[in-house]
Write a protein that binds this ligand. Sequence first.
Ligand SMILES: [Zn+2]
Length: 412
Amino acid sequence: MVQPAQRWSGNAEKLQAKGEDTDRLGLPSSYKSDASINSLGPVQQLTSVKVQNVPKTDGGLTSFDEMKRRFLNFKKHKYLEEVEHFQTLAEVQSPKFMVIACVDSRVCPSNVVGFKPGEAFMVRNVANIVPPLENGPTETNAALEFAVNTLEVENIFVIGHSNCAGIEALMSMQDESSHSFVEKWVATAKAAKLRTKADASGLSFDQQCKNCEKESINCSLLNLLTYPWIEEKVRKEMLSVHGGYYDFLNCTFEKWTLDFKEISNVGQGWIFSAKDRELWTFLTIRKPLRMLPVLLLDDSCGFTLFFDAVSRNVDGMNYFHKKVVGLLFVATTRVNVSPSLVLELLQRIARVIKDYLGTLIEDSLRKNFVLVYELLDEVIDFGYVQATSIEVLKSNVFNEPIVIDVGCLQPL
Ligand SMILES: [Zn+2]
């Protein structure tokens, strides 16, 4: 197999054969910029320069004043309170996670999932893409190589997010020969685009982008396995590979782990799937506008008294509930709406969930939280009822249910 280092060598020899002068990096002389002429000078000179013309924030402080305040706050409340930990980190790092995340300013994993110093070795690129081995060296696989082979991390975590401009660029691309650096880079994930176009062509462009954001994460997880030193550790269960999706519109985080099974005849290959899928949010499921469906898993928390009637108005908020096989299905809305419509909707939601999960019990709801959330997301969009037909929902909901084994199904 041709190794990346071999594929990228030989540049200097080719240029010299063409009669061009090269520097010691193998670049032709004509590539040199004026940067070497306009040297910044010694570091001592830099330290004496006062920062000027920095944009002011609303409070009159410059951005760097604010950074300075935050840094000193970090030093006081984090560094000095755990000084031994930070001094140990100064000697050696042994992170358990290698993280690949997007460059988007809104999705820093250290903020979103709270990685502390020393916990995650991280590389961020446009659209959190892991290129396959055959694409050659990038800063992403250089970081992966160091994390896996030198730091010996136990987990690789590819984290994508909602409203990703990189994925939107990928989905919008018409011309594969574009000279845009962004488009050349995101084209690395074109397999995700093709799969989205094949599976979700009937959806709106925004929904296709959302689909592609998750599809691209899965493509990156599989691309990780094109590196022999990753594939070997995954096969020996010394390294786990995870996907994550941060939806910052609803503030939810979906996490799953790549599972694999060897095809019965050794050497024939692997079958991959997702396992340990979780959705991190609060127990209630709610939509932000107009009509808010809420699932309550049981009626043991005082709601039975509150819901002694099927509908109530409290401080301008209308509450409706329908009790189905011991579970309370609750909808809230601030607008005047026909109670019979809402109760019918709740009944249909219960029916849809039962049809998908096979049974309607508390344990089944808990284990299929992601699927139930996805169903509600399709049934009601921005407060408006979209579809309660299983046939329509099947074209948009792709998660498989975790089947709960019960002796007999309870009737609706
Ligand atoms: Zn992004």
